[in-house]
Design a protein around this ligand. Structure first.
Ligand code: ADP
Ligand code: 5GP
Length: 216
């Protein structure tokens, strides 16, 4: 096996962003374009499915009792409350995919992002934003999946989330969708070149060079 392949470990990336910024749309396109590279974690939530959403595809839709049981049994890497509902990341899938070398993406809100970073300090944190607040509101209204009162709560939550952007590594603007998907892909793939992610290969080359230096 070539060294580069031997080294490949999955990168864990958290993608956050205001509701309506386009995270779901970006992730869908990213995974369609690179199905063998990425694995998107499927969260559990107590909110109701939107039209077209299926259990086990967009989310595992569970009751509050079931969610609390998952917390108690230590099945979640993190969980948070967002506009009156629980959301959380199941641990098992994420760990298995990383071990298999997949770049795993968690599309989660900011409190969860910070908890993941604590548990896995190598995590790459990306924040997605539309080009303006007006565009955010237009996208949320245009999506047509929430009633006005819920849209208002989500916009108010967006204001709170905007205060935490400095905790992230990258701030990505989702204006032209394809450009944004390309940028997200480049940022994640560049992580594979970090020194800390190549330690085994570095040690192998050191050992080989030492043999050369000794004239072997
Ligand atoms: P999120 O997952 O962040 O809540 P969505 O992916 O559901 O956001 O996107 C919100 C709305 O904005 C959807 O109707 C989607 O089609 C639209 N949208 C996403 N990206 C763009 C973009 N680059 N330009 C215009 N509209 C977009
Ligand atoms: P939505 O209801 O629009 O699908 O998601 C609402 C918010 O919850 C979004 O910001 C989304 O990123 C976040 N979210 C989705 N899954 C999780 C999760 O497992 N954990 C946390 N902390 N947030 C999540």
């Amino acid at each position: 096996m070539k060294g580069k392949q031997m080294e490949k470990k999955g990168i864990l990336t958290v993608v956050s962003g205001f509701s309506g910024s386009g995270k779901g749309t970006i992730m869908k396109q990213l995974i369609e374009e690179h199905p063998d590279t990425y694995a998107l974690s499927i969260s559990a939530t107590t909110r109701a499915p939107r039209t077209g959403e299926r259990h086990g595809k967009e989310y595992f839709f569970v009751s509050a009792e079931e969610f609390e049981q998952m917390i108690q049994e230590g099945e979640l890497i993190e969980y948070a409350q967002y506009v009156n509902h629980y959301y959380g990341t199941p641990k098992d899938y994420v760990q298995k995919q990383l071990e298999q070398g997949k770049d795993v993406i968690l599309e989660i809100e900011i409190q969860g992002a910070l908890k993941v970073k604590e548990a896995y300090p190598d995590t790459l944190l990306l924040f997605v934003s539309p080009p303006s607040a007006k565009e955010l509101k237009d996208r949320l209204v245009g999506r047509g999946t929430e009633e006005e009162s819920v849209i208002d709560m989500r916009l108010s939550r967006a204001w709170q989330e905007a205060q935490g952007v400095e905790n992230y590594d990258y701030f990505v603007i989702n204006d032209d969708l394809s450009e944004c998907v390309q940028q997200v892909h480049s940022i994640i793939q560049n992580e594979h070149a970090r020194v800390g992610k190549n330690q085994v290969l570095i040690e192998t080359i050191r050992t080989e060079l030492k043999r050369f230096a000794k004239g072997e």
